[in-house]
Design a protein around this ligand. Sequence first.
Ligand code: SPV
Ligand code: MG
Length: 558
Amino acid sequence: MVQPLPKTTPTTTRAFDTPRTTRLKAMLNGQGLSFLMEAHNGLSAKIAQEAGFEGIWGSGLSISAALGVRDNNEASWTQVLEVVEFMADATSVPILLDGDTGYGNFNSARRLVKKLEQRGVAGVCMEDKIFPKTNSFLRSTAQPLADMEEFAGKIRAAKEAQRDDDFVVVARVEALIAGHGMEEALKRGEAYRKAGADAVLIHSRERHPDEILQFKREWGDRLPLVIVPTKYYTTPTDVFREAGFKIVIWANHLMRSALTAMQGAAKQIFEAQTLIGVEEKVATLAEVFRLQGESELEQAEKAYLPKGGPVARGIVLAAGRGDELGELVKDRPKSMVPIAGKPILEHILDAYRSANVRDLVVVRGFAKAAVDVQGATFVDNDAFASTGELASLACAKASLDGPCVVSYGDVLFKRYVLDELLETEGDFVVAVDSMPKDATTASGSSSLARKADWAACSEPHSRKTLLANVRLVDMTTDAKGAGVTGEWTGLLKLSTNGAKAVREILGTLSKADLATASVPDLLRRLVNEGRDVRVVYTRGGWLDVDTLSDVLEGSAFQ
Ligand code: SPV
Ligand code: MG
């Protein structure tokens, strides 16, 4: 004997051990009153389940409305089957499909049962009307009922078609809806019971529950009864419980609530021509992704996708100490100062890996033994104290043998900045921030005393430059320098050719150059040689950790 399930249903999509058919049957045959919530697609089914409903009503009205057609079998039965399959896939609770008339005669009905079982649907409800049907609340008395014997044969065929003993077939009696009276309703219910139905749905269009209560009294406990109180919704639910009904169907309220919300949002956005005012009221994209199960896919990708070839190598120049950070860099370089619980360098390497920039090379110098991150190879600039950035890059010369990204050990950046850099074609590409953090514009009136690498580019950032080919014209430490349009973020991408050119330049540098030259010096040289250094503009999304307040800001940046 199947035990009735507890009234509270887990809100997750946990797979139950008990088959869905068995659980639906238990709702009919167990103690107390159960509830089915309408759903009309995978998303609404998931929402119903998460709300706590232990079962779902696949409403014909709602499914057809969501498809933009009438509840007159305008959607074909296989189209309905597709929808209900999405609903079953999205949930783990039982679904009772509103199967209208069974979409034809006994033969269509038994084929329907077979297909529903295959798609994980726990039961079907069929009504004793004529195909194509009309919704019970429209032209009700004008709607012809099916011949009782013919419909009983359909129920019998459906029951005999099922493979799973617990698959549920509910016979829906429309006699009250069509104005044929109580006696006819009871007679039909009895014929369908004898044909093998698991339950009877007694439908009513009255505003008061009197006729369904009378039906229940006269019916007794011959079979479980299911009701749809759409019209007599003011009746306290305890009335149904005390009368001994088994299942209440809330038949269309997710579809109707979505409809109201969509009409409101559409009107507001149309009139205001902006999303402001609506954005706060609608579900976040994060919530959409959560309901779609995005996190599961992310995990699965890690488990099942081939790792794929890296798109570039990453070279991190992390030799300097970073004196400005005082005590924090007493015995470790700035790149190892923790931000949000892990060293800056780890954040940088993680950002690279997330964009499939692998084969990571870190140039160490000061306190190199303290640079103990995993998953990178190290090269050392032991002369870090007396040399410049290009000397460090020269230490990694052997790695300049294919596409690579060069960056600093004290610059955090978001994945999207790196992605934009990687997506931009060119032998030399730099990411330039057109709105650096302490300036309204790079060439604005701020004093910009901060030491920074300013970029003069062929065009300032604008909507036009999104499509344009912007080039680097000059690099300067003067924020008000001629043509300055932004701050270089410290990110440089090189193609295979670009890396080769840089390698050659590094080979020509004198000792004196190596003592002082910086990456901006290299960029200037490339420009002066007439090479095309492409610019990809960003706004924020990176952080040069220079001061203690940058370290604090870094926690929020992550
Ligand atoms: C449905 O939800 O499609 C139903 C119930 O059949 S009713 O609309 O009340 O007829
Ligand atoms: Mg219906």
